[in-house]
Each structure stands twice: as C-alpha cells, then as structure tokens.
Design a protein around this ligand. Structure first.
Ligand code: AHM
Ligand code: MG
Length: 338
C-alpha cells in the first residue's frame, strides 16, 4: 500500500488499513447517524456498474462490440455499441435502488423517471455519461464513466425540473477511468478519494484520500486542431504557453485528461469553436461532476473568466458549456488571456 496518500485524520496505525470502496462508503455513512442508507446504496450501484463496464471494455474486441450501432444519440452523434451496453448497465443497477427517483444520461433524450411517489424518504437524481470518449475504444484508448448526484427537489411538481440544479448543489460526483487500471474517483463534498480495482479480488481498494491538485504545472490539454476556430484569447494563451515551454497532452477522453491533471497538475480546456459555439462538453453530466471533483481537490473550474462552472444555471439537461479546469494557477493564466 505504498501508493496510499493519507490525510491527517488517519493515525499512523490506521494508514496501513486496506479499505474497499464499500467499506469507505459505510464509514462515511456512519458520520451521519440520521442517514437512511439510500445514498450509500446508490454509490454501491455505481461501483458494481463500474466493474461490469470495465469487464466489457476489456473484452470489447473479443466480444466484437466495437464500432457503432448505426443509431445517433440525442446529440446527433453515432452511438457505439459499448455506449449502449454501458448505459443499459447503469440504468439497470440504479433502477433497483429505492433512493433513485430520476436518472438522466447522455444517451437518453429524456430523463428516466423511476419513482414518482413522494414518500418521506429522501430521493436522488443521478446523471451520467456512461462511456465518455467512446471513440477511443476502437484503438484501445482510455474511456470513462462520469456521474453526478443531486437531491430530488420535493417541492418541484415537475420531476424533470428538479434535475435543473446548479452544479454547486451536487451532493456527490465522480468518474471511473478504464485505463491501464480501473480507477474510481469520488467526492461526496468532503474532499476527493481514489480507489483502484484489484482484478484479483474484484474490489475497489482505496489508494488516496484528500487528493490535492498541484497548484501549477506547465501542461495544457486541448484539441489544438481546432485552434484557428477558438476565440482569440485562447489562441493568445496557447502562444503564451508555448513560448514558456509548456507541454501538450490530449487523450481525447475528458476523464483521462482530467485524471492526469488531478494527479500531476495542468489545465484542461474545451473552448467554444465555430462548430460548437458553446463548447462541446455537457454541463450536467460532464462539466459539473468534473468541476466538483477539481474544486474539492483545490483546483478551479470555469466556463469563462470569473464564471464558475458550478454556478451555471441549467436550462436543459443536455446543454453544453465551455470548460477550463485544473490547477488554480494554470486556470487563472487561461482566464487572464480571455
Ligand atoms: P463523448 O461524451 O461523446 O465521448 O464526447 C466527449 C469527449 C470528451 O471526453 C473529450 O474531451 C472530447 O469529447 C474530445 O472531443 P474532440 O474529439 O472534439 O477533441
Ligand atoms: Mg462524454
């Protein structure tokens, strides 16, 4: 367990503990004696989904599920076969959890209303991108799942309207990176913790607590092929960074790019382009959860200078937003050029 990063709350005697994601969730739940356990059940559904999707990703070529199914999703993009499989897994695991009222996915035009009864129990909305960066699959590149959890607004008569909350209202957010190992990164608003799937035991093991993004790192992550169609400020920033010897790293999957930045620092951007004047990334299930994780780790996440992603008021569950996210000083540098 030498990779374990401990927060000051761990005594030396406890730092050698082996803690699974399941045990971690129960530990967190025990801090809230009034908790019904519904929220923990939702996290456990996400954990089992992650294991199932990881297994499908590993076998994608063997099972011949690469490529597209010939449909377009609501964004007008080709759905990959594994996009559909991952979406189905999440809908089925979350569907069995009493605490989930509504799920909304990148792959479904309309949110799925699972439960409308307004019992005294608190209910949650779960939003997700089941397989982010899925075009990487055909070349064995990294892909990921991103999720965001909101409280269902009991006062709202329209169940869909209760989804349209600012990212600052999220009660939890996370992502799963299917890379050289399967990594589960989670925040419930008490810092950021990281778990790695041990394939020998089929369990996510906690490897880092209270993660902090380095304040600075001379590295940017952006699709530079679009440079000439970025607003001028972004182009000036790129020239500024290149003059100062910055490195460029771009995986084509936001989960992989943001994960690198969480560990090593730097800035990830998806600016407005001529083709996508509001940027490409989706606010509710890509930008918001990543912004919560990055802020919880001491970084910054902006949609424009002075505009926190987490404060953007949504009007549509599939709306897009420009993204500048990462180390605080690197995000400030981008914003200063805009
Ligand atoms: P997707 O959810 O349809 O896979 O699209 C999102 C992905 C991000 O993961 C990634 O950062 C971006 O699209 C890459 O887009 P581009 O190919 O335009 O650079
Ligand atoms: Mg995506």
């Amino acid at each position: 367990m030498s990779a374990m990063i401990d927060t000051p709350v761990d005594t030396p005697a406890r730092s050698n503990e082996i803690v699974t994601l399941q045990a971690h969730i129960l530990q967190q739940q025990s801090r809230y004696p009034e908790a019904s356990g519904q929220f923990s059940w939702i996290l456990s559904a996400l954990a089992i989904s992650a294991k199932m999707i990881a297994s499908h990703v590993r076998r994608a070529r063997l099972d011949d599920v690469l490529g597209t199914v010939g449909n377009q999703n609501v964004q007008g993009e080709q759905q990959q076969k594994l996009d559909v499989i991952a979406n189905d897994i999440l809908l089925r695991t979350l569907g069995g959890r009493e605490g989930v009222a509504i799920v909304a996915s990148e792959e479904n035009e309309e949110p799925v209303i699972l439960r409308t009864d307004d019992s005294a129990e608190r209910k949650y909305c779960v939003l997700f991108d089941p397989l982010d960066g899925s075009s990487n699959l055909d070349v064995c590149g990294a892909v990921g799942t991103i999720f965001s959890i909101l409280r269902k607004d009991r006062r709202s008569p329209d169940p869909q309207a209760s989804l349209l909350q600012c990212g600052a209202e999220q009660v939890a957010a996370g992502y799963v990176l299917y890379g050289s190992s399967t990594v589960f990164v989670l925040t419930i608003g008490l810092g950021v913790d990281m778990f790695v799937l041990d394939p020998a035991y089929g369990a996510f093991i906690r490897v880092a607590r209270g993660m902090q993004i380095p304040k600075t790192n001379k590295c940017y992550s952006v699709n530079e092929g679009n440079r000439l169609s970025f607003p001028e400020g972004y182009q000036k920033y790129l020239s500024w960074a290149q003059e100062r010897g910055y490195s460029s790293r771009y995986a084509g999957a936001m989960v992989a790019d943001v994960h690198r930045i969480l560990l090593q620092g730097g800035v990830f951007m998806y600016p407005p382009t001529r083709k996508a004047p509001k940027g490409k990334l989706r606010l509710m299930y890509e930008a918001n959860p990543m912004a919560m994780i990055v802020e919880q780790a001491g970084g910054k996440a902006l949609s424009a200078p002075g505009e926190r992603i987490l404060d953007v008021r949504p009007t549509d569950i599939h709306q897009r937003v420009p993204v500048i996210i990462g180390s605080s000083e690197e995000v400030d540098q981008v914003a200063a050029h805009l």
